[in-house]
Design a protein around this ligand. Sequence first.
Ligand SMILES: C[S@@+](CC[C@H](N)C(=O)[O-])C[C@H]1O[C@@H](n2cnc3c(N)ncnc32)[C@H](O)[C@@H]1O
Length: 177
Amino acid sequence: MKLKINKQPTIWIIEQIKLLAPRRKIEILDFASGNGRNSIHLVEKNRNITAIDKDSMKLVKYDHFEHINTICFDLETDQNWPLKEKYYDIIIVVNYLYRPKVKKILNLLKDGGYLFYETFSVGNEKYGSPKNPNFLLKDRELINLFGKKNEILNYFNGKVVEEKLSIKQRCLIKKTS
Ligand SMILES: C[S@@+](CC[C@H](N)C(=O)[O-])C[C@H]1O[C@@H](n2cnc3c(N)ncnc32)[C@H](O)[C@@H]1O
């Protein structure tokens, strides 16, 4: 199947996943996956991707890919959780933040699995959306959230030039607890 991707994927995540899991069969979860730019880019026959988002109109655009399982679900409610605990080798979260449940994401990761997190951080309000502090990470927030019991393999907080200039935080966490 030919890939149709309107937006560039999150390159550092795609490249790191190639290095961490070059050949073995893995389960990947794309949390709040949107239009699927990362899920679609990660598709390979040895990778099963689960893409979850509340917007069914977005999911329908890529639910026909053989190795992508899409789930339409509101991640911010207390409805029955549709995902298996300790099931994923890799979880990616890009441009999404819901603090009340953010720590629970780790429950879905296998021991020794990797969480890739990238989203906007404080300072971004000068350059554009999001400006609401609920959607902006504070300096070192991902380290403080996940680093006490797990290994932080990579951390960045600062200016990123993609389609436009923004302030972002990136963190790669290895689950060790
Ligand atoms: C800015 S987009 C990022 C999409 C994707 N991760 C990416 O980087 O291209 C944020 C996504 O979060 C989804 N989202 C927002 N609130 C949600 C919720 N309560 N439950 C599930 N998905 C949600 C939106 O539908 C949207 O697709």
